[in-house]
Ligand binder design. Sequence first.
Ligand code: PRT
Ligand code: MG
Length: 214
Amino acid sequence: MVKISIALSKGRIFDETAPLLERVGIRPNDDPERSRKLVLATNRRDVQLIVVRASDTPTYVERGGADLGVAGRDVLAEHGGEGLYQPVDLGIAACRMMVAVRKGFDYAGAVRQGARLRVATKYVNITREHFAAKGVHVDLIRLYGSMELAPLVGLADAIVDLVSTGNTLRANSLVPVEEIMPVSARLIVNQAALKTKRAALQPLIDAFSKAAGR
Ligand code: PRT
Ligand code: MG
């Protein structure tokens, strides 16, 4: 029997992938939000889930620690996505990657005047490429979370972060000023596994595609 493992992160990605898994006919034997197990068996003897940090999903799949995975476009773009096949946009965990500034900060003016912008983010690669393409000089400040705080305490002029409802920005007197990209989660596949295990993987990929209505 060919074994297949699927890498998923807890929280948003698992919550929104669970209905798709259900439609594909895969049910984990333990609830990943409650269990401390990092490898979860499922109702299908040939399929297991592995629980990883969201930003580690591409690394696990690229290096064959899992055959399949579900990762946000943000995470994939920041990682680079080398060695990964991305056959299905699942359309889940949707949001937008935005540049945001403190209310009252003249972003357009700063860009027009060629001022050097201090930008805080955990997406340093995406941010560097975005501003380089605009010809704007930036000092990148790499943070690991709660980017919204940086402009409030004078650490940065702008942040690059994900926005869904906009509530987090509003609660912190920030305003979105530019969209970098729309984001949703993708099914990703290890390229070597797709060759060696195609008979087992292709039907699953097709089932995910159908379950996602793609
Ligand atoms: O939390 P952890 O550090 O473990 O990792 P993570 O933050 O990367 O994972 P997780 O589970 O929070 O997010 C997983 C994926 O969900 C991301 O990679 C995105 O592709 C997707 N996603 C969709 C989001 C959001 N929407 C989102 N709104 N990820 C994060 N957010 C955060 C955002 O960073 C901001 O802090 O929610 C806040 C804004 O939300 P609103 O509704 O207030 O605008
Ligand atoms: Mg998070």
